[in-house]
Design a protein around this ligand. Sequence first.
Ligand code: 8OZ
Length: 357
Amino acid sequence: MDTDLLFTEITTGSQKLANRVVMAPLTRNRAGAGNVPTDLNALYYGQRATAGLIITEATQISPQGVGYPATPGIHSTEQVLGWKKVTRTVHEKGGRIFLQLWHVGRISHPSLQPEGALPVAPSAIRPAGEAFTYEGLKPFETPRALEIHEIQGVVDQYARAAEHALEAGFDGVEIHAANGYLIDQFLRDGTNRRQDAYGGGLRQRLRFLGEVTEAVTGVLGSGRVGVRISPENTFNDIQDSDPRKTFTAVADLLRPHGLAYLHVVEGDFVTGKTLLDYGEVRRAFGGTFMVNGGYTQERAEAAIRTGAADLVAFGSLYIANPDLVERFRKGAALNAPDPATYYGGDARGYTDYPFLS
Ligand code: 8OZ
């Protein structure tokens, strides 16, 4: 029966997942002082442990990678200890959890950077809009273009974060190459105007992602690493003149790595439109394919049935339904998420959504 398809096991990379229902990475701005995960965060993830896979909220690989208040990091000892509480709780409940590795690049503000430095990016191009800081919204500033000799150091930040993720007990990591952050800034011609080994042509724009993937798989093994992309998204003022070509090439680049999965955010958060044929990206990648973007249970089942996807990640549904798998199985009603408590705050709208009784 079609309704069972979401609940079949899948082995991907070195992971055996109990079902195809994935908790999407969700920024919730509830980390503690020092960007350290708390007991409340452990409770929240533990409540969602019946997902086939949990992908954590985006997590800074370094102080330079920070772009928002109260988002967690994976660069300090305290952060690793905080994450250990999360992974222990999820594992005790039989779940699987990947850490999402994040460097925001230009989507930051000097007030969030070490010593008030300018955020870094492939090129010195200011994003339209405003940064979320501890003092409220502030206009983005023009970032500093990374010098070519600094780039290996940023790749090393990813490798060290991957080591910390292992130490913290994660089953794997997801490289955040989506939504207009640092890696996406390198990939696209709207934000990458470099004329060196990391920009100028498509192959050069892909180089940074290739090096990060090499570094992270070098630490964890390729079967414990996924990559997330968002070909059509214009969130964070990101543009590309030919997303279809760029992201088919990204899929080609990643294919030989034998990753745990490629995770694709479909459509554009800003316009709500989906124009690309993601089958092309899926065929180019050739491995386990995860989709995300407003999926319902019905659309998710159809995607698995037709082979359009192997895994489906749910965001807002997971905010409001800790027992989403159980509700899907039973065809039970779903709790509605409350957008007013998405970002920041306490247990309210975070760990107090009811389970089925
Ligand atoms: C919403 C608010 C802040 C950050 C992303 C990490 O879009 C994010 C994010 C989303 O990937």
